[in-house]
Design a protein around this ligand. Structure first.
Ligand SMILES: Nc1ncnc2c1ncn2[C@@H]1O[C@H](COP(=O)(O)OP(=O)(O)O)[C@@H](O)[C@H]1O
Ligand SMILES: [Mg+2]
Length: 258
């Protein structure tokens, strides 16, 4: 382990952000520790995607600091193959890609091998493993634009897996994916986290789906409402109602009578 790696993998300190007038994030501080599986939850429009983009350097906060592995982030891609990202998908995002699933997943290897070094066996194996992990081996040669939204989502997940990064950041990766594939993917993430010490942060608006899977939760609604071990946060109805607004909805989604 490098000396710099003793501290948190990612720390966001006092982040303030607005796209124009209205503040979207206010005084958000968040720590992602090595080996955590952190669920970042909050309702739609609470700033989850914005916060991930700030963490990656794709957006610059008006105030606050982003540190990865103890070092300030100064440009996107600075930490190369150490961090992999699955963006929140929409049809608009995918449609312009005239490439195959295999080519997309192979692109996940670029930060690791560089653009100029030719593909080797390790790259091809990593791509095959990632495609198998998301159940897309048989669609490898299909054009991305010919696939359903859920299949496209799985292809983007495979791209991140092929990168073999220390840290995986996933923005609503389960959207449009059927229940069986979700189950498989959650198992895979839990295995990566438990057995190989990978650090995972997954954004979700679906508290009920994510609670049984993650080790820690952070609740966002413009401000960071709470963060901690999943048992503490999921057992704190006040924090949840301050995050999601409607306590009855939360109780219902847990299958408890209220
Ligand atoms: N590019 C943008 N320009 C202006 N406002 C935006 C932009 N992207 C997001 N927003 C607004 O910022 C707020 C937070 O959005 P977002 O980070 O996408 O939330 P979440 O991912 O939690 O749904 C929302 O009110 C959204 O409408
Ligand atoms: Mg979002």
């Amino acid at each position: 382990m490098r000396a710099e790696d003793a501290g948190p993998v990612l720390s966001l300190e006092d982040i303030h952000f607005s796209y124009g007038g209205q503040p979207v994030l206010e005084a958000v501080s968040l720590r992602l520790e090595r080996g955590m599986f952190l669920g970042l939850i909050g309702p739609n429009g609470s700033g989850k995607t914005t916060l991930l983009k700030i963490a990656l350097g794709l957006l610059r906060p008006q105030q606050g600091t982003v540190r990865w592995f103890g070092r300030p982030l100064v440009r996107p891609g600075q930490f190369g193959a150490r961090i992999a990202y699955v963006p929140q998908l929409s049809q608009a995002y995918v449609r312009p890609f005239p490439i195959t699933v295999r080519e997309l997943v192979l692109a996940g290897r670029v930060p690791r091998r560089g653009l100029l070094r030719p593909l080797n066996r390790a790259d091809r194996d990593a791509v095959d493993r990632a495609l198998a992990a998301v159940g897309m081996e048989d669609r490898a040669e299909a054009r991305l634009s010919d696939l359903s939204g859920g299949q496209q989502q799985r292809a983007f997940i495979a791209r991140a897996l092929a990168a073999d990064a220390e840290v995986l950041l996933l923005d609503e990766p389960m959207a449009g994916i059927d229940a069986a594939a979700q189950e498989r993917f959650y198992d895979l993430l839990a295995r990566l986290q438990r057995e190989t010490g990978r650090t995972v942060m997954m954004v979700s608006h679906d508290l009920a789906a994510i609670t049984g899977r993650v080790t820690h939760l952070a609740c966002l609604n413009r401000r960071l409402i709470c963060q901690g071990p999943v048992t503490d946060v999921a057992g704190d109805p006040q924090a949840l109602s301050r995050t999601f607004g409607d306590l009855r909805l939360i109780a219902h989604s847990h299958g408890e009578a209220s």
